[in-house]
Design a protein. Structure first.
Lengths: 263, 355
């Protein structure tokens, strides 16, 4: 954690009417790490993701990515600056094939303009071919190459999760946000997912921030963890420190239960 | 690679077959049948343009009649001889630059498309912020506004009297030429990654934004290109029927195009072309039911409008039993034809030479 943080959240606050979904959240995400954001249901984790990726404009506070203030920019511009994400409930382009899903991810880095397509310019054809090859390579690296021609909605659940990550990687991100990647997975699938996330991080040299409820996954892959409860950061630290943190245990299990367990 | 050269050869063959068929039709069909063939081509252009907007980009637009009107009027004014313009505008004379402007047919049709595209761009910026049904209502309103404005701009459009005696340049060659151009343009766009981007916006706009796609830009783009070809279709239609007036561009016209697009299959290019063949022919063929007939001992007098009743029934059946239309989102391709064997080969050549 010596270099400058890749993502800085400064006093980030999001209010919906009278409800403060996230308040005064400050986080420094170290470059090149796998880190986690956890908390009970409704703690405001996904709201943080939505603010970082531009779907919500924060009520106040700043999002600084790689030294640039990206607070309140449009989602597609934030994506171009190098942040990509997956969704809690998978959002694939369901009528498109697996390959097309990844190719759509490549679009943000393309140079040729739309009118070069009907004209069939050589530069356009070259770029189409490059996008296709890059997408196939990505599918290869996430183990989905054999499904390239299938409709994305026909894939098994775990494969859809991996496809969503492959699609996010196609935008050439520096920073990847995963919203509950292990949701709905059985223990074996979660094990595979952990290895997969580590592999992706190494191979693409990314920083990964994940939201996750599966504590095995969180404690297994994250180097550093922030804990949110009712929109407020209640703890941060490495997995061991979080596991023994009294506030975190109370947030997850309730004060009553903790008192009961201690007595 | 092998497949690609095979497809190229087969496409050329299909094109040649289409040209031979048109040549044969041109020389040996009577005027009525030729008119139907012409209508098929124009309807196909219009259905394709609506399919780009609604089927591929998922924007429910009901403004097609408006764009067609813009294209039809623009091209009609450009191809009418100046002397005729002087005679026809009797309420108020046609204003100056328009009264002497003349252009060859191709340029006039192109101009019709461009005028439609220009107005599409103007309304797209406020209107495309809406989604779903709201967009449909807003574009429908726009289309009606165009019609009312055309009725009242006497010094440009000759008001409710309309324009008569438009030179009938739009023969089989022009119509099918423009259809090929339209199909080529849209197929190239849709089969590229830009087409994937449009479909991504249709499937999940939030995810599309998240993938770095400027969804507003691409929605405006698709809408404008669609309006361009609607304008082209309107221009050809004007020259085909030689008379245009504001009443021609009512909502029914949009509805007919929508029916073709939906019947063919939203999101299928070959579907739009097959749909326009089927619906155009069916609409003509169903005229039989409007003529007097005797079934057994019953004598039924001719009921005008009866074919629309039957047609509506057919539409209800489509919605009930085959909601995705004839083609769904699939395309007719050579690969598909070869794997299906001879069954699919019976489709007429209009559908075959698309890919």
């Amino acid at each position: 954690m010596t270099s400058a943080p890749i993502l800085k959240l400064e006093n980030l606050t999001m209010r919906f009417g009278g409800l403060a979904a996230v308040s005064e959240l400050s986080i420094d995400v170290p470059r090149g790490a796998i880190v986690g954001l956890i908390g009970p249901n409704g703690a405001g984790k996904t709201t943080v993701f939505n603010m970082v990726t531009g779907f919500y404009r924060p009520t106040h506070g700043r999002v600084v990515f790689d030294g640039d203030d990206i607070t309140g920019l449009q989602p597609h511009i934030i994506c171009r600056s190098g942040i990509s994400r997956t969704f809690q409930n998978i959002r694939l382009f369901s009528h498109e094939t697996v390959l097309e899903n990844v190719m759509i991810g490549c679009h943000v880095r393309r140079r040729s303009k739309w009118w070069s397509a009907p004209l069939g310019l050589p530069s356009f054809k070259e770029e189409e071919e490059r996008i296709r090859r890059k997408s196939l390579d990505l599918l290869e690296s996430v183990g989905l190459a054999e499904y390239a021609g299938e409709t994305s909605s026909s894939l098994p659940y775990g494969a859809q999760r991996r496809l969503e990550i492959a699609r996010a990687l196609a935008t050439d991100p520096k920073f990847l946000l995963l919203d509950e990647p292990a949701a709905g997975m059985n223990p074996q699938e979660s094990q595979d997912l952990m290895a997969f996330i580590r592999g992706v991080q190494k191979r693409f040299g990314l920083t990964i921030l994940l939201i996750e409820h599966d504590m095995k996954v969180v404690m297994g892959v994250c180097e550093y963890i922030w804990v949110l409860d009712y929109g407020v950061k209640i703890a941060e630290g490495n997995p061991e420190a979080i596991q023994s943190n009294q506030k975190v245990i109370v947030a997850y299990l309730g004060e009553e239960y903790v008192k009961y367990a201690e007595s | 690679m092998n497949n690609r050269s095979r497809d190229l050869a087969l496409n050329s063959l299909a094109l040649a077959a289409l040209a031979a068929f048109l040549y044969w039709a041109h020389t040996s069909f009577d005027g009525y049948k030729i008119q139907i063939l012409n209508l098929i081509a124009v309807n196909a252009i219009l259905a394709l343009s609506l399919n780009l907007i609604y089927g591929f980009t998922g924007m429910f637009s009901l403004g097609h009649a408006g764009f067609m009107a813009l294209g039809a009027y623009t091209s009609a004014i450009l191809i009418l001889p100046s002397a005729q313009k002087q005679m026809m505008w009797i309420i108020e004379p046609l204003i100056w630059p328009l009264s002497v402007m003349n252009a060859p047919f191709f340029v006039a049709v192109l101009a019709g498309g461009l005028v439609a595209a220009f107005f599409a761009l103007l309304i797209a910026i406020p209107v495309l912020r809406l989604g779903g049904d709201y967009l449909g209502i807003a574009t429908l309103g726009f289309s009606e506004i165009i019609r009312v404005v055309l009725t009242n701009l006497n010094f440009i459009t000759n008001g409710a009297l309309g324009i008569k005696g438009i030179p009938s340049y739009a023969n089989l060659w022009w119509n099918y030429g423009w259809l090929l151009l339209t199909t080529f343009f849209i197929v190239r766009l849709i089969n590229s990654n830009f087409g994937n981007v449009l479909k991504a916006i249709r499937d999940d706009e939030i995810a599309a934004k998240n993938m770095g796609i400027n969804t507003f830009f691409y929605r405006v783009l698709s809408f404008t290109i669609g309006a361009f070809f609607a304008g082209v279709g309107g221009a050809l239609l004007g020259s085909l029927v030689t008379t245009i007036d504001p009443m021609m561009f009512r909502f029914v016209l949009t509805f007919n195009i929508l029916m073709i697009t939906v019947t063919g299959g939203l999101g299928s290019i070959s579907g739009s072309i097959i749909g326009s063949v089927v619906i155009t022919v069916l609409l003509e063929w169903l005229r039989i039911v409007e003529s007097p007939m005797t079934i057994g001992s019953f004598a039924i007098p001719g009921i005008p409008g009866m074919r629309m009743v039957i047609f509506s029934l057919a539409l209800i059946l489509i919605i009930l039993f085959r909601r995705e239309g004839i083609m769904g989102m699939r395309e007719l391709s050579w690969d598909m034809l070869f794997s299906r064997g001879s069954r699919a080969r019976n489709h007429d050549e209009e559908g075959e030479d698309r890919r």
